[in-house]
Design a protein around this ligand. Structure first.
Ligand code: DGY
Length: 337
């Protein structure tokens, strides 16, 4: 597989695609070096529009809304890089991108702490029923206050949190949990080193043990076909009826209908969801549940972090089009010095 470099003619401005709206300063920076076709209207491309938009560009900045597969790439004869503005890249068919000789990149690290903060915020909001309480206040029910009739929540302090998916973000959540005096158990495809386990105060357990023992289950694993419905009806059945389930990973990791049934049937206490099967649609049965906190996939959404993600994606794209190795290259086999 070869990568053609475009470094010889300084007047040549490679054509690139910016598939979603980005910050104006970032766009202006790109326009200095590239002929930019940008979708600042932010209307998500249909697969046909995406295929056409990729057909004559050398690089593309995309996000989770753009599925990059063999069909999307079928006309993309000049394409050298697809730079995702996201750490998760389940929107990429990596073997198909690699077969097309195209570099694929993502945006790790810059969002770790912001996303871990949000995971913890969603956990707290869910356990302490904060959005439900707000609805209570807005509905004028405060005068019904009583010792036993407030929205009563579950404690975080000195409870057990079970984290499934112990990468950078999972470890960030574990470290935050330690500050609350929580016991941390985790399950992951591979066990952490003893040093990393110690830094997180975390003990490795099987998925089943985690589900049986955790007061709060937090999902932070990447989506792969093997991880589809990691949490379904039979896994929820193992959880404590007082437990909460938090999903900041990806839609499809949880069987949303099974979760809605469990929430409606009181099988678990509550759920906090930032990601959904088929998002931006939300399963109608989930919308009927009051014991749920819903967010529109905002775990990385602070201005500072979103700017850092866009900047890293641009750095990846610039490096690739200058014939250099992008800092967060996923398919290293495509790059040739
Ligand atoms: C990520 O970067 O993967 C976040 O989920 C935002 O898409």
């Amino acid at each position: 597989m070869t990568t053609q470099h475009n470094t010889t003619n300084p007047a040549h401005k490679p054509k690139i695609l910016v598939a979603r709206a980005i910050f104006p300063e970032a766009l202006a920076k790109l326009e200095e070096s590239f002929e930019v076709r940008s979708n600042q209207s932010d209307k998500i491309f249909t697969p046909e529009e995406l295929q056409k938009a990729l057909s004559d560009v050398e690089g593309a900045l995309v996000a989770g809304s753009e599925r990059i597969d063999a069909i999307a790439l079928s006309e993309a004869k000049n394409l050298k890089i697809v730079a995702n503005i996201s750490v998760g890249y389940n929107n990429f068919d990596v073997p198909a991108i690699t077969a097309a000789g195209v570099m694929a990149t993502n945006t790790p690290d810059v969002l770790t702490d912001t996303t871990a903060d949000f995971g913890f915020a969603l956990l707290m909001a869910t356990a302490r029923r904060i959005t439900e309480s707000e609805h209570w206040v807005r509905a004028g029910k405060w005068d019904q206050w009583s010792i036993v009739n407030n929205p009563l929540g579950m404690d975080l302090h000195h409870s057990t949190v079970g984290i499934i998916g112990m990468g950078r973000i999972g470890q960030g959540i574990a470290k935050r949990a330690l500050g609350f005096g929580m016991k941390v158990v985790y399950h992951n495809r591979s066990r952490l080193s003893p040093e990393d386990e110690k830094a997180c105060g975390a003990s490795y357990v099987s998925k089943e043990e985690l589900l049986r023992t955790a007061d709060h289950v937090v999902l932070v694993l990447p989506y792969t076909p093997q991880n589809h419905h990691t949490i379904g009806a039979s896994e929820i059945a193992l959880m404590k009826p007082t437990a909460t389930l938090i999903n900041i990973a990806r839609g499809g990791i949880v069987d949303d209908l099974a979760l809605a049934n469990a929430l409606q049937g009181g099988k678990i206490f509550a759920a906090g969801l930032d990601v959904f099967e088929g998002e931006p649609q939300v399963h109608p049965e989930l919308l009927k549940c009051s014991n749920i906190v819903l967010a529109p996939h905002i775990a990385s959404a602070t201005e500072k972090t979103r700017r850092a993600m866009v900047d890293l994606a641009i750095e990846n794209l610039q490096a690739a089009l200058a014939g250099k190795k992008p800092p967060s290259l996923i398919n290293a086999e495509v790059f040739q010095d």
